[in-house]
Design a protein around this ligand. Structure first.
Ligand code: GLA
Length: 381
């Protein structure tokens, strides 16, 4: 069966827990997926990021840290599967992971087999401590892609080389289902300075750094603008950033849905507040992201700090987002000619959950500072 026919949805430990991830955290998250309705809304993969590794044994196999994962990794995978969810793990194509842990360079085959034995359904594969050339990237990512395939297990393959060597051009050929397009996200609207450079803000990753990549996304192969920071609110144990307002997080989520981006939650889902819950579980906006046509949305036009985005959907419907990157609220008007549309459409507001209008020429709405209005246009004839 082809994998990731719609963008993968799930959770990853990095953005909230970083190096403190352990088995208890994973079980709590899996329980919250069920009790908070995330599973019913389509979130599926629970992925352990870096710092799970204890070492590599004399048999050549990776083993998890005994204190963090006292019953081993298969027990954690089994617990995730028992809740009807899927389990993911992390490794790196170089000699060490970004956190300095043992990685998979030249151990691709044995590591892929170990992951398959544990019941892994998703591998995020990073790029630290690897020779940073395109030839090596293609070689290393292909080698792990083939090793995963050889296990016979269905494993979603998430390439994480930060867009250094245009993975959208070769990621699918080496077996990838998604590939990071940028460096790491921070918990902020604007870029955040860190000792080793920058963590990118929502604004630069979402609005600037995905431009022109829409032609490379489709069912089974997605551009990945990094994981969600919705709901972190400055509480991350790992990533910098003072947090965003709920309006900004809503814009972040809407933008990632318009981009047909993987929706990997990063906050502590066992302790979400109401606003976070409302954002991450907006099924109408999720449906835009998961639309079976699998088209990545793009900016149709812009005027100053106002952007109008379009995402073609199945059955000739259209997702339209009105974004206001400015610091003052404003009225945004989108003409069908801005969107390359003709004809009469019924217009539904996906955050108000209301049919608001129908029109044969335009739609307008008031949009708060750093906010957005997300619409679904349904053809009437
Ligand atoms: C890199 C990746 C992050 C995370 C860390 C873990 O920075 O881009 O998403 O996996 O490594 O060390």
């Amino acid at each position: 069966m082809p994998l990731a026919l719609t963008p993968p949805m799930g959770w990853n430990s990095w953005n909230m827990f970083g190096a403190t991830v352990n088995a208890d955290v994973i079980i709590q998250v899996a329980d919250a997926f069920v009790s908070a309705g995330l599973k019913d809304a389509g979130y599926q993969y629970i992925v352990i990021d870096d710092h799970w590794q204890g070492g590599r044994g004399e048999d050549g196999k990776l083993f998890p840290g005994a204190q963090k994962f006292p019953d081993g990794m298969k027990a954690v995978a089994d617990a995730v599967h028992a809740r009807g969810l899927k389990f993911g793990i992390y490794s790196d194509a170089g000699t060490k992971t970004c956190g300095g842990r043992p990685a998979s360079q030249d151990y691709e085959e044995i590591d892929a087999r170990t992951f398959a034995e544990w019941g892994v359904d998703y591998l995020k594969y990073d790029w630290c401590h690897a020779e940073d050339t395109r030839a090596n990237a293609e070689y290393r990512y292909r080698r792990m892609g083939e090793a995963l395939k050889a296990t016979g297990r269905e494993i979603v393959y998430s390439i994480c080389e930060w867009g250094h060597h245009n993975p959208w051009l070769w990621g699918m050929q080496v077996g990838g289902n998604l590939w990071r397009t940028t460096g790491d996200i921070g918990d902020a609207w604007k870029d955040v300075a860190v000792p080793w450079g920058w963590l990118y803000g929502i604004e630069s990753i979402g609005f600037e750094q995905q431009r022109g990549l829409e032609q490379y996304a489709g069912p089974g192969h997605w551009n990945d603008p990094d994981m969600l920071v919705v709901g972190l609110k400055g509480s991350s144990r790992e990533i910098a950033g003072a947090g965003c307002t709920d309006i900004e997080y809503r814009t972040h989520f809407s933008l990632w849905c318009m981009l047909a981006a993987p929706l990997m939650i990063g906050c502590d889902v066992a302790h979400m507040d109401i606003a976070t819950h409302e954002i991450l579980l907006n099924r109408e906006v999720i449906a835009l992201n998961q639309d079976r046509l699998g088209r990545q949305g793009f900016r149709a036009c812009r005027s100053g700090l106002v952007e109008i985005w379009k995402k073609p959907l199945a059955e000739k419907a259209v997702g339209v987002a009105l974004f206001n990157r400015g610091d003052k609220k404003c009225t945004v008007r989108a003409h069908w000619s801005d969107l390359g549309l003709n004809g009469r459409y019924r217009i539904r507001d996906l955050w108000l959950h209301k049919d608001i209008d129908f029109s044969d020429c335009e739609v307008s709405a008031e949009v708060p500072a750093h906010g957005c209005v997300v619409l679904k246009l349904q053809p009437m004839d």
